[in-house]
Design a protein around this ligand. Structure first.
Ligand SMILES: Nc1ncnc2c1ncn2[C@@H]1O[C@H](COP(=O)(O)OP(=O)(O)OP(=O)(O)O)[C@@H](O)[C@H]1O
Ligand SMILES: [Mg+2]
Length: 274
């Protein structure tokens, strides 16, 4: 589905912001993309969504090598990809409904089908009563939900989401991730860039980790530093937390993460899918 071979990217004459990137995403796979601010996550996703071309190396998408593709072939490939941009990129002069309907209109979908699909999706994300508003009057989280609805409404083969839960609350984040998982089960390939290690630990999907423009070796859901992390010691005046007593992530200090070794199903507060 996606293959990067020794890919590099520089903006203009600046330094390379991505270097020696090689990986492969099988059709129907689900990957997270993580890394510190400025590591190059959005840049890598721009290559995936064909909004940037690599400065070197080979990118193959849907079995087609991009450097051999005539420019005229790009729109057709782009239509097979649903993108959630980090900065939403909604069209401010169009209503919420029309923003979500746009990719269906471009695909030539019948009006009745558009009405049904867009209304259903917007109601599902809780924006049924905001459909006829313009994006500037929405909250940041609401805009993000519109961007997500627009990305999935055409049932694309590949969904690329850049920090899709960065502006929405925990409950809605779970709902959105569940949507991505359901679409993935139906065969959609999904790539989600996120800083939210809580989601990453819970979902146990493979992780690509970027550091300063390079992919870490062995990028999997349990990264080597966390896999090798020693078990927490018992406090001097009490027993260690039992596995049936998972930590409350909300109460945890900012720099600590839920312990991935705990079975997420033990936590009744979480959606069963997590
Ligand atoms: N359009 C651009 N022109 C020049 N440099 C850019 C451009 N976009 C990004 N960069 C640079 O590329 C590097 C990687 O940026 P990128 O946005 O890909 O990081 P990121 O991992 O997505 O960060 P964040 O977690 O903040 O979203 C940064 O050093 C940034 O300054
Ligand atoms: Mg980014």
């Amino acid at each position: 589905m996606v293959r990067f071979e020794n890919v590099g990217l520089r903006y203009g004459t600046g330094p390379e912001v991505l270097r020696d990137i090689s990986f492969e995403l099988a059709a129907g796979s689900f990957h997270f993309l993580t890394g510190p601010t400025g590591a190059g996550k959005s840049s890598l996703l721009k290559l995936l969504t064909l909004s940037e071309r690599p400065s070197r190396g080979l990118v193959t998408l849907f079995g087609q090598q991009l450097s051999k593709l005539p420019r005229g072939a790009l729109p057709e490939l782009r239509r097979r990809i649903g993108v959630v941009f980090q900065d939403f990129r909604l069209l401010d002069h169009m209503t919420v409904f029309d923003n979500v309907a746009l990719p269906l209109r471009i695909a030539g979908t019948a009006d009745r089908r558009i009405q049904e699909a867009v209304t259903d999706l917007l109601s599902w994300v809780g924006l049924g009563d905001r459909m006829h508003l313009l994006p500037p009057v929405l909250s940041g989280g609401q805009k993000q939900l519109v961007a997500i609805a627009r990305a999935v409404v055409t049932s694309p083969q590949l969904i690329v989401a850049d920090e899709p839960t960065g502006n929405i609350d925990r409950e809605m984040s779970h709902k959105i991730m569940r949507l991505f998982i359901e679409l993935n089960k139906l065969g959609t390939t999904v790539v989600v860039a996120t800083h939210d290690m809580y989601l990453v630990d819970r979902l146990q999907k493979p992780v690509l980790e970027l550091y300063e423009g390079k992919l870490a070796e062995a990028s999997w859901w349990l990264s080597p530093d966390r896999a090798g992390r020693p078990a927490p010691e018992a406090p001097p005046d009490g027993p260690a937390a039992a596995p049936s007593d998972p930590p409350d992530p909300q109460a945890a200090p900012l720099d600590s993460r839920p312990d991935p070794r705990l079975d997420p199903r033990l936590d009744p507060r979480l959606d069963p899918l997590f």
